[in-house]
Write a protein that binds this ligand. Structure first.
Ligand SMILES: [Zn+2]
Length: 339
């Protein structure tokens, strides 16, 4: 019996298999129910009582060795197989899903491009702001109704901290740290406490521009607006300014452009007026310049601001604002050709 075990031990030590099938055959030969080791186990009851202890130990040793050897061979195959896969240069490649630029980014970059050509540089600021930079420094009086006009997200435990309602806070920060000439464009996300629907959202994107220097007049503003409208919507675009009110500009105006869908003839999009509103603007209120440390007797400036979603809607007729933030790739893919 011991001689038989020793012989099998030697065989097991020397086991070799060229592939998985051969290995399986070896497993059946030694370790299956009808395998060589089990046969020996079956003979164990015939072993003389005084030899049982030694034979038992040797048998167990043999079984463990055989199992260990077969596992080692199996592991070796699996590693080899994985290695072979990595090196299979003939296998066809997985398709790579390419993303596209978001329509709001496309339009925002177009706006920035136009103003960059006019010498404006990009300025950015925090989205979590304080009351001073969003309201007080922009001439919103403490009890000014304009503070209610925009339903704002305030931080409950810190009523002075809020999510900015407009990117004008970036203008405040720019004036705070530099003296004119200041010529900046401020793109960014803003927040308002609105119920979400196809035409309103609790966050949207703005681009604002600010120019402060000596002798800046409304004429300069009008020229920049006309140039912007033509660059953005085509050379035939006309503009129209209507008097308006904002706390931070005086005088203030809203700008319409001739409807780019019907060419000004009148259509449902422009409510048959031939005009669509695209932005607000005006001359920076002297109070705002003074609040930010700029001498309003020497300097003057203009500011303008627009919603990126609004401009994108005009260019691409997106009817539901929610589409912009749903990340539906079918919607996003429609803009593949736009940049
Ligand atoms: Zn129209």
């Amino acid at each position: 019996m011991i001689a038989k075990i020793n012989q099998l031990l030697e065989e097991v030590e020397a086991l070799k298999a060229a592939n998985a099938e051969e290995l399986e055959a070896l497993r059946i030969k030694y370790l299956s129910k009808k395998g060589a080791i089990n046969d020996l186990m079956a003979d164990f009851r015939n072993v003389a009582a005084e030899q049982k202890k030694e034979v038992g130990m040797r048998l167990n040793e043999l079984k463990a060795k055989a199992q260990e050897k077969i596992n080692a061979l199996k592991e070796q195959f699996e590693t080899q197989e994985n290695g072979a896969c990595e090196l299979d240069l003939t296998r066809s490649a997985y398709p790579i899903e390419m993303g596209t630029r978001h329509p709001l980014s496309i339009v925002k970059n177009e706006i920035i491009d136009i103003f960059a050509r006019l010498g404006f540089s990009i300025a950015e600021g925090p989205e979590i702001e304080d009351d001073w930079h969003v309201f007080s420094a922009l001439n919103f009086a403490e009890d000014h109704p304009a503070r209610d006009m925009q339903d704002t997200f305030f931080i409950e435990s810190h009523p002075d901290i809020l999510l900015r309602t407009h990117t004008s806070s970036v203008q405040t920060r720019a004036m705070e740290v530099s003296q004119p000439p200041i010529r900046i464009i401020c793109p960014g996300r803003v927040y308002r406490n609105e119920a979400i629907s196809y035409r309103a959202h609790c966050f949207f994107h703005q681009v604002e521009a600010l120019y402060v220097d000596k002798d800046v007049s409304f004429t300069d503003l009008k020229q920049v607006l006309l140039l912007f409208a033509k660059e953005m919507f085509g050379a035939d675009t006309k503009i129209r300014l209507r008097p308006s009110y904002f706390p931070f500009t005086e005088p203030s105006a809203e700008m319409d452009i001739s409807c780019n869908i019907c060419g000004g003839k009148g259509c449902p999009f422009c409510k048959h007026t031939g005009w669509v509103e695209i932005l607000g603007c005006g001359m920076v209120d002297p109070n705002v310049l003074e609040a930010n440390g700029i001498d309003s007797k020497i300097y003057s400036g203009y500011a303008l601001g627009m919603g990126v979603e609004r401009i994108t809607n005009l260019k691409y007729q997106v009817k539901d604002l929610r589409m912009f933030s749903e990340n539906d790739t079918r919607f996003l893919k429609e803009f593949e050709a736009a940049y």
